[in-house]
Design a protein around this ligand. Structure first.
Ligand code: ATP
Ligand code: MG
Length: 381
């Protein structure tokens, strides 16, 4: 028997420990001239936690990081690390490690000298610095490159040196601003897993900025989705993907079928929505007549052949349409389905399959099925 794909929200959601809050930002506001870039933003990060800031260009990710690092001063709000207020502390007294997008390594120094520089700036003696440099280089597996000029390293190696340099000062918090953006896709994927492993090993609290949602899903304990200087949702990857708090988060994280519609019936925590592809039932509390958007993740949708064995009582939605386009992605195939034009840009339908079924070509009719329980409903904006 075929098992239903499930979003498995309940099973995987609470990965959080009861570790005490290590970083607390509350009511942070930052303006540049008339523009409010951070808008009364609050976030708490637990000790040892790896949190990503995810959001479109210009939403304030770098600004928040720079405020925490002490490179910018907040207009309002407070920042605490390990219970101590650092809001007005200068950057060099915060003991926060920063890895920038461009690594900001000193090109005329060797790898080891780059690490030693930061330590000596902190007042660490030469004798004490040497073993700490060696330890940090061992952590990122760069020991054999210690005496090379950084200009002789590949992008990935330079990236490791930048992380090692930030870790060598034993910061109480590590901030990383799009550290992989200069790397090609393959290397990025390797570095993401490496970094996650390394930070867990070191046990350091870290904030990682990215605008790549896949990267955020891979590396993070929790992800903060930012929207115009605020945090729209802060949750672990499975919750963020399976239970996005808003259409904005749904749209930003992962792909989905989205259909606008009107609530026809609302009873016992379930709504029936009239969409351009037919009636859809979903868990939710909306008044009859409300305009909503129903959404389903592509892997929660099945071709009806698979769903045929499901009893009707299982709460299965079925929609019939035609295939518009087929995207072969190697390990999976996306079918883009036709949605009658209803005058909005929201509507679209996708189904993800492990392999291309026979007869699945553009123009052919198709019936898809998905569980009501896997269907999300949002108020139409
Ligand atoms: N020093 C500054 N002076 C004036 N405006 C600034 C300054 N720094 C940032 N901004 C503006 O603040 C907004 C947020 O910038 P920020 O760099 O925090 O965005 P971001 O989320 O990091 O974007 P990206 O993904 O492109 O890096 C932008 O509109 C930017 O132009
Ligand atoms: Mg930025």
């Amino acid at each position: 028997m075929t098992t239903m794909p499930s979003l498995a929200v309940e099973a995987t959601a609470p990965a959080r420990t009861s570790a005490p809050e290590h970083l607390v930002v509350s009511g942070a506001t930052k303006r540049f001239g008339a523009v409010t870039v951070l808008d009364d933003l609050s976030i708490s990060v637990a000790k040892g936690e790896f949190v990503s800031l995810l959001g479109p260009s210009g939403c304030g990710k770098t600004t928040l990081l720079r405020c925490v690092a002490g490179l910018l001063r907040l207009d309002r709000g407070r920042i605490l690390v390990a219970g101590a207020e650092i809001t007005r502390l200068p950057a060099h007294k915060r003991n926060i490690g920063v890895v920038f997008q461009n690594y900001a390594l000193f090109p005329h120094l060797t790898v080891a000298e780059n690490l030693g520089f930061g330590l000596r700036a902190q007042g660490v003696s030469r004798a004490e610095a040497a073993p700490r440099v060696a330890e940090a280089l061992a952590l990122v597996r760069m020991t054999e490159h210690a005496d090379k000029p950084v200009t002789a390293l590949s992008g990935g190696q330079q990236q490791r040196v930048a992380v090692a340099r930030a870790l060598a000062v034993r910061p109480s918090l590590l901030l990383l601003d799009e550290p992989f953006s200069a790397l090609d896709r393959k290397l990025r994927e390797v570095m993401q897993v490496e970094l996650k492993h390394l930070l867990r090993e070191v046990g350091i609290t870290a904030i990682f900025v990215t605008h790549d949602q896949e990267e955020a899903l891979v590396v993070s304990d929790r992800i903060a989705v930012m929207n115009a200087g605020r945090i729209e949702q802060l949750a672990d990857p499975a919750t963020l993907y399976g239970r996005p708090a808003s259409l904005y988060v749904l749209d930003f994280v992962g792909q989905s079928t989205r259909l606008t519609g009107q609530v026809m019936e609302s009873a016992e925590g379930e709504v029936t929505v009239d969409t351009p592809l037919g009636r859809v039932r979903a868990p939710g509390l909306f008044l009859s007549g409300s305009q909503v958007v129903v959404a389903v993740r592509p892997e929660a949708m099945m071709l009806d052949g698979v769903a045929a064995g499901m009893p009707p009582s299982a709460g299965i939605n079925r929609l019939t349409t035609r295939i518009r386009e087929v995207s072969f992605l190697g390990s999976r195939t996306l079918l883009h389905l036709e949605v009658p034009d209803s005058g909005t840009t929201v509507n679209r339908a996708l189904i993800e399959l492990p392999r291309l079924p026979e007869g699945a070509s553009p123009g052919n009719p198709v019936t898809v099925a998905f569980r009501a329980a896997d269907t999300m409903v949002f108020p139409a904006s």
